[in-house]
Unconditional design. Structure first.
Length: 254
């Protein structure tokens, strides 16, 4: 219902929406990346009805700073308790909402990184740094107990490694210990495709990531233990990936 009302408002005001666009674009994108297909459909239809195809990228660029501010709040500061009112919803619903919001926020970050050229992203370099430099981003979500959150996090890392490697490279000492800590204990097959993609790209692009984690504690025993677990039910994904992984391990750890 809320999204239908949103559609009615946006499609009828159109040009009058401009002064408020930066304030609503974050929540609008969140709806466009929701887990519920009907919410996504309504949000995207309203976006496409308001903005012509050749204007949409410009709209995202125009609102990029405010979108990033919104995502920073969702990822770094919002909690299960602050996103919902416990007086009116169950704990289970609160947890589910938090997982959806975090997952959608990572999807939006990936969308910005994929769709906006580097020269546009650099205009909001400070806002990206606020998110990327925060330990919470790299430590909290990779080991979160909700697989939807972990899956979206792995996909976000994969997106960075494909489209904005400098972000990872300049933060390897921060990213790697947390990233590998999650990978080596990942048990849910729901996440494994994205997890292996991220792990292989990390290893191929930055072999020294293994050297970094090896400095604190030998990395190979963790890998052997992970392999010894039977790959947690994802044999078809994992076994082909292992061959590529071993081929790219640096000599220092292999």
């Amino acid at each position: 219902m809320a999204n239908q009302v949103h559609t009615l408002i946006t499609t009828n005001v159109k040009k009058k929406l401009a002064p408020h666009l930066k304030d609503v674009m974050g929540p609008w994108l969140l709806s466009m990346h929701d887990q519920a297909k009907d919410i996504v459909r309504v949000a995207r239809n309203s976006f496409e009805s308001v903005f012509a195809a050749d204007k949409r990228a410009g709209v995202i660029s125009f609102c990029q700073k405010e979108i990033l501010d919104y995502l920073t709040d969702m990822l770094l500061y919002k909690t299960v308790d602050t996103l919902s009112d416990a007086r009116y919803v169950t704990k289970e619903d609160m947890l589910a909402k938090y997982a959806r919001v975090v997952s959608s926020s990572f999807q939006i970050l990936s969308y910005l990184i994929t769709e906006l050229p580097v020269e546009e992203r650099i205009k909001c370099e400070d806002e990206y740094k606020i998110v990327m430099d925060d330990t919470t981003l790299w430590r909290k979500f990779v080991t979160h107990n909700n697989p939807l959150i972990r899956k979206s996090f792995y996909n976000f890392v994969k997106t960075l490694l494909l489209s904005w490697k400098d972000v990872i490279e300049s933060r390897l000492e921060l990213v790697c210990p947390n990233f590998f800590a999650g990978v080596f204990v990942e048990k849910d097959p729901f996440t494994h495709s994205d997890m292996w993609d991220a792990l292989l790209l990390m290893t191929k692009n930055f072999p020294r990531s293994w050297v970094i984690i090896d400095k604190k504690k030998p990395a190979l025993p963790k890998l052997y233990k992970f392999l010894g677990s039977g790959l947690n039910g994802s044999v078809n994904i994992a076994y082909p990936s292992i061959i590529a992984l071993l081929a790219n391990l640096p000599e220092e750890v292999s």
